[in-house]
Design a protein around this ligand. Structure first.
Ligand SMILES: Nc1ncnc2c1ncn2[C@@H]1O[C@H](COP(=O)(O)OP(=O)(O)OP(=O)(O)O)[C@@H](O)[C@H]1O
Length: 341
């Protein structure tokens, strides 16, 4: 449906690539999230797909037709791509209905279509209002209605929830994706928030320095990250360096890099009364002194000094932590990456 082949873009004549040899294949109806930190190339990718920039190399095809390559460039308005950005970009002097009509002015039944879109996003009665008379969440739903009105082949959502506070963000994200699922439209969802990506995407693509470093089903990315960077994007991760290998008596392959997710540590709240059997069930274990406890709502952050002298920070839900404890983990929870990553 969307096929991107070896796409590259540099803004400084090939010295640095904002996007470097990116290849993507999206099936119709897929929701694919693009996740990457600031400067990883997300916006550049979106601008190239939308036709707001020209690629240096590579090609983009939509529904089997090339829309950008060294030989062809289809103008943005001809690409059948709907865009929703962080800032709602509604025209302030037009009503909500007029905002939606703007992109479908040539359509025969445009008024009917606009009303259908308002119904779809749950704003049936607000067509005559102006954008400033709506809440942020409602404005973003109008932006979605406007993007969907021309029946785009592809919908791109570029950080659409970044302006909203945490509660509203979660609620609107769920609402927006419920609406999107009803339409069956193919979606590219750009976000730096891994929770957003995990909760709605079929597939997640990780961009780092302009390159796709992993593209996988959401569940796989958490369980089998390709690199330490990907692992850390999806939750607190501790690298098991040489010192920690010594502390936990777990020598590991020297040619690889290893890590463990914070929640995989097993904290035994006391060093005396702890059941020795449960300690035996842990493959690698050491004694530790608790240097500092920080209560963070429903979890507690522990700064530990391990028996080896090494320091380690872990989280626990247990509020009954003594000053001296055991901490351990199991071998099958160790993540292993090749060293070049
Ligand atoms: N118009 C431009 N001129 C020069 N360099 C640019 C331009 N646009 C982007 N870049 C550079 O290209 C790289 C990728 O930028 P891009 O905006 O695509 O990243 P991003 O992942 O969208 O970041 P953010 O999340 O901060 O928006 C960065 O190093 C950026 O400085």
């Amino acid at each position: 449906m969307l096929t991107i082949q070896s796409l590259s873009k540099s803004y400084d004549k090939g010295k640095n690539f904002a996007l470097d040899d990116v290849t993507i294949d999206l099936k119709a109806g897929d929701v694919c999230a693009i996740v990457g930190e600031s400067g990883s190339g997300k916006t550049t990718l979106v601008r190239l797909i939308a036709g707001l920039e020209r690629p240096d190399e590579g090609s983009i095809s939509l529904n089997g037709k090339v829309i950008a390559s060294d030989k062809k460039f289809v103008q943005p308005e001809k690409r059948k791509i709907g865009l929703v950005f962080q800032e709602y970009a509604l025209f302030p002097h037009l009503t909500i209905e007029e905002n939606i009509l703007y992109g479908i002015s040539k359509l025969k039944n445009k008024k009917k279509r606009a009303q259908e879109m308002l119904d779809l996003v749950g704003l049936s009665d607000l067509g005559k209002r102006y954008p400033h008379q709506l809440s942020g969440g409602q404005q973003q739903r109008v932006a979605l209605a406007r993007a969907l009105a021309p029946e785009p082949s592809l919908l791109i959502l570029d950080e659409p929830f970044s302006n909203l506070d945490a509660m509203l963000r979660m609620q609107l994200r769920n609402e927006v994706f419920d609406i999107i699922k009803k339409t069956g439209v193919t979606v590219l969802f750009v976000t730096h928030d891994t929770q957003d990506a995990l909760s709605v995407a079929d597939e997640i693509m990780i961009l780092q320095n302009g390159k796709v470093i992993q593209k996988d089903a959401a569940a796989n990315l958490y369980v089998k990250p390709n690199t330490l960077y990907v692992a850390s994007l999806f939750g607190n991760t501790v690298q098991i360096n040489k010192n920690l290998q010594t502390a936990f008596k777990c020598p590991l392959n020297e040619n690889c890099c290893h890590a463990i997710r914070n929640e995989k540590f097993k904290v035994f709240p006391t060093h005396d009364g702890t059941d020795p059997k449960s300690i035996d069930e842990c493959d690698h274990i050491t004694k530790a002194d608790v240097i500092k406890k920080v209560v963070l709502g429903d979890s507690i952050q522990l700064l530990l000094k391990l028996e080896s002298g090494e320091q380690l920070t872990v989280m626990t839900q247990d509020s009954n932590i003594a000053d001296s404890i055991y901490i351990g983990f199991n071998s099958n929870d160790i993540l292993e990456f090749s060293e070049e990553n």
